[in-house]
Write a protein that binds this ligand. Structure first.
Ligand SMILES: Nc1ncnc2c1ncn2[C@@H]1O[C@H](COP(=O)(O)OP(=O)(O)OP(=O)(O)O)[C@@H](O)[C@H]1O
Length: 890
């Protein structure tokens, strides 16, 4: 047998093993191939170069291929997970290729034969399930896309979002314009789609900022074959039970299943049935706004410092994942929001119950992820232990609430926990030992006394070990040396070892009748005896029998757990939902938050609002956050607040805090305010901060304008719009004009509730012309040149910008500051001679200006189209009649 990647130089033919490697690698060209060789996974050629760079491990060479050295590196099997984690986090995909038979089996087929190997799974960022590779607090999903031509010639996208680690399976159908936003909300770790979709440059540039690699998946599957794939996977006869799924959704769900099968190599994770995301019910937040508001991650991509990290008091990873989902997709349905707030209120008013529930939940393990590993045959005894602990926790929680009148959603979740009848818990409890190991091959996880056959094999195995100890004692006496020891190694098995001098004695009669020489070492000799060999065989077979029996019992128990998978999944969801309600109750109590009122009006009245993240960071420095009010409500349409004030006065914080309060309220959380009354927001838009998007070749100003365009084209009366310093990225007059026209458009056309922070003081004059425009300013105390920012919002307009003052604070050289003061005085004097404000009175409003464009003149257009030289007299007469008729209509 040849297990070395040498190659036959003369014929330049690869060795049989290399031929096998090349064949497997060419079937998985987009993956790094982890090729199992004994206790190592080895990588060859380019894979070895990539992996050694990424993992910082040594690159060596092993044999030759077509005359050149084969680069090689390897990772030990027992540490493979660490290396996988690093490779996956760098966006690589890995095909794990295992030995499918014992090398001894291969040897039987002849000297040249190679151990059978096969890829048993693909490890990709969106399909991992191992506890070590997963972030407990984040979903780990991939998204599959499909698309259909819509009647208007554009595309309709089907989107399936699957988290193999928890079984979650959601589908949606979205238009081309909404796709990026929807994906930003779902935060998949990987996106898969048919090759034609992956090749669409316009789409890929839209998805570029999502930080999820795009994987091509052959041809798009739609229609009949997509339906069949779903039916087969879920073992059902019709899709009717899944709710009304659209054609694009079915195609995307089928693509997702194809990808699951491809990466899991036929193993079936316990996926829930696909359910439609019902997009109309959630607050739409576009991708830029999600990033800008730092909802689940900061601009730097970290969880710490995001809204989610600041408010997350959940006790379980599944709860943390659900909270992230709620923040990413707040509801727009006042009834559902009220029910969720009822549940939070319930926990606010029951602190003791809340504390006890949270203590039980903190001990309850991650059921969904344990279940998923068991269904993929990747689970171990510890996963069974987790299910047992979860069932016990569910029982305790049900008992805790048995004499309690709870809010309706809480009662509903408790009912989900009550489904377990105790049978499964008893089955696991009687079989599984305490504190079971992670890996089933570690053994000793089935409880003593449960299975007679197992107990007997174990007793024999353990007894034999005791027999060895007494045998050693006997041989010490027989050989007349205390230096005799019975040892074990993999090569010889059990053997007797004595120092060289004693060994010489044992080679001679009468000892040689008992002791058979095996090995001579530098200063020791090794022997065996017939008795020892027999004992060895007995121990090995007892240990084998014990392991075999234990694994069979494991499979039996895992089967019993999987038979209840649907119930256990509901139980997992129940835990997560209760955890979120109780955690939000804890948060509201600890931070003194209030219950918001959300209805279907156009109100937006926040009293004493605070920015949760800025407040928390100020608190850590012993500083106090100044609370501020906000009122954008109006019976017919939203108000627009133009916020002026110096740099560093707190404008951005104020804008963001109001958006965050709306998100929190609609996510079903209490809010950082004295009171809040909101008409549910349907879409939230923001244009804040300025970041170049050089990856897509856009300048700061271009990004700003693209985002502003999206807002002006899409916002409606139920939307909330936040615009921070529109137009500052260009020349003053261009910027002012754009900001001005934007406000007019928002007021006249979008009619949305909006906050508009600006340094263009001229814009504060617009209130004279627009009824729903209000001016707000950040208060500043200016006492004898000493400027103090109060961070308080008040009605009115700022009188100056204090920009030069901030520059001074920032440490600009004194000479530059003095010169800037002088130039500012000059400019202000010039502005007083020709104030821009005057223009406000002279220019018509946006809507009227748009109307004022000269109307089309049909008569003139017809006349211009006539060529008299080309007309016959009859045609000339007809044209004359036509002109007369048009003139009569005009
Ligand atoms: N309400 C508040 N109470 C206390 N401190 C605040 C408040 N609002 C903001 N601050 C502090 O002031 C700093 C500046 O706030 P912010 O970035 O919102 O100012 P800004 O007016 O938008 O400035 P610029 O115009 O330069 O962007 C914040 O980092 C925070 O520390």
């Amino acid at each position: 047998m040849d297990e070395k990647p040498r190659s036959d130089d003369k014929a330049a033919r690869p060795t049989p093993m290399m031929a096998q490697y090349i064949e497997i690698k060419s079937a998985n060209p987009d993956c790094l191939l982890f090729y199992r060789m004994g206790d190592f996974y080895e990588l060859f050629f380019e894979d070895a170069e990539t992996a050694s760079r990424a993992l910082g491990i040594m690159l060596t060479k092993r044999g030759k291929h077509q005359g050149a050295d084969i680069p090689m590196c390897g990772v030990p099997v027992e540490r493979a997970d660490d290396y996988l984690q690093k490779l996956i986090s760098l966006g690589h995909r890995v095909a794990v290729c295992e030995q499918m038979e014992d090398p001894a089996e291969a040897r039987k087929r002849g000297n040249k034969s190679v151990v059978r190997r096969d890829v048993v799974r693909l490890v990709t960022p969106g399909t991992i399930t191992e506890e070590q590779l997963l972030d407990p607090a984040r979903p780990n999903a991939f998204a599959a896309l499909s698309r259909l031509r819509a009647c208007d010639g554009g595309w309709r996208y089907g989107l399936a979002c699957v988290d193999i680690s928890t079984g979650a399976f959601d589908v949606a159908e979205v238009g081309e314009a909404e796709l990026a936003g929807e994906l930003a909300r779902l935060e998949p770790r990987e996106i898969v789609a048919a090759e034609a979709i992956c090749a669409d440059a316009r789409l890929t540039s839209q998805l570029a900022h999502l930080d999820a690699p795009l994987t091509a998946l052959g041809r798009d599957v739609g229609g009949e074959s997509a339906t069949r794939r779903l039916l087969d996977f879920f073992g059902v006869a019709t899709l009717e039970g899944f709710g009304a799924l659209g054609e694009a959704e079915i195609a995307a769900a089928a693509a997702a299943i194809l990808y699951v099968e491809r990466t899991q190599k036929g193993k079936r994770p316990a996926l829930r049935r696909p359910s439609s995301l019902r997009r109309s019910a959630t607050l739409e937040i576009d991708a830029a706004t999600r990033v800008n508001l730092e909802l689940t991650r900061t601009l730097k991509g970290e969880r710490d410092g995001s809204l989610l990290a600041t408010i997350d008091m959940t006790a379980t990873p599944a709860g943390a994942r659900l909270l992230a989902e709620r923040i990413a997709a707040p509801s727009t349905e006042p009834e559902l929001i009220a029910q969720r707030l009822d549940a939070v209120s319930f926990f606010v008013t029951a602190p003791e119950l809340r504390a006890r529930l949270r203590a039980i939940l903190a001990r309850a393990p991650d059921v969904a992820r344990a279940l998923s590993r068991l269904s993929l045959q990747r689970g171990g005894p510890r996963d069974l232990g987790n299910i047992r602990a979860a069932l016990a926790a569910a029982r305790e929680i049900v008992a805790l609430f048995s004499a309690q009148e709870a809010a309706s959603l809480v009662a509903q979740e408790i009912a989900e926990l009550a489904v377990s009848d105790g049978e499964l818990e008893r089955a696991i409890a009687t079989r599984l030992a305490d504190d079971p190991p992670l890996d089933k091959r570690a053994g000793n996880f089935i409880a003593q006394g449960f299975d007679a056959e197992l107990d007997e094999a174990r007793a024999l195995r353990d007894e034999s070990r005791r027999v060895i100890a007494s045998l050693q004692q006997r041989y010490v006496e027989l050989a007349e040396t205390k230096q005799l020891k019975i040892k074990h190694n993999n090569f010889l098995g059990f053997f007797i070892e004595v120092p060289q001098a004693q060994g010489e004695r044992l080679l001679r009669p009468p000892f040689d009748a008992v002791f058979t020489h095996r090995q001579t070492m530098q200063d020791a000799m090794r022997f065996s005896t017939r008795e020892l060999a027999e004992l060895e065989a007995k121990i090995a077979s007892a240990a084998d029998r014990a392991q075999e029996r234990e694994l069979a019992l494991f499979e039996e128990l895992a089967g019993a757990v999987l038979a209840r998978a649907q119930e256990l999944q509901r139980l997992a969801q129940g835990f997560a939902a209760l955890d979120v309600f109780a955690a939000l109750g804890e948060l509201a109590t600890k931070r003194d938050w209030t219950r918001p009122h959300v209805d279907s009006s156009l109100d937006f009245e926040i009293i004493g609002g605070r920015h949760p993240v800025v407040e928390a960071s100020l608190e850590a420095q012993g500083k106090i956050f100044a609370a501020n009010d906000c009122d954008l409500g109006d019976a017919r349409a939203g108000k627009i607040a133009v916020v002026t004030g110096p740099n560093m006065a707190g404008k951005s914080t104020y804008l963001r805090q109001n958006a965050l309060i709306a998100i929190l309220a609609q996510a079903g959380s209490f809010v950082p305010a004295k009171s809040a009354r909101l008409g549910a927001v349907d879409r939230l838009f923001s244009r804040v901060g300025a970041a170049d998007d050089l990856a897509r070749g856009r300048s700061t100003f271009m990004v700003e304008m693209v985002e502003t365009a999206a807002i002006l084209n899409c916002a409606g009366p139920r939307s909330l719009v936040i615009l921070d310093e529109i137009g500052r990225g260009t020349a003053t007059f261009d910027g002012l004009s754009i900001a001005w026209a934007t406000i007019e458009h928002l007021h006249e056309i979008n009619r949305a509730r909006a906050l508009f922070a600006t340094h263009f003081h001229e814009l504060t004059q617009l209130t004279k012309r627009m009824g729903r425009l209000v001016n707000l300013t950040m208060k500043v105390k200016d006492h004898a040149g000493e400027v103090v920012f109060l961070h308080e919002v008040a009605k009115g307009a700022a009188d100056r910008s204090y920009g030069v003052h901030v520059a001074e604070l920032a440490g600009l050289p004194a000479s530059v500051v003095a010169r800037a003061h002088a130039i500012l005085a000059e400019l202000e004097a010039a502005d007083r001679r020709a104030p821009v404000e005057k223009l406000i009175d002279d220019l018509p409003l946006f809507a009227r200006a748009a109307q004022a464009a000269p109307p089309k003149d049909a008569l003139r257009e017809t006349l211009a189209a006539i060529d008299p030289d080309a007309l016959t007299p009859r045609e000339a007469l007809a044209a004359l009649y036509e002109l007369k008729a048009k003139a009569a209509r005009a």
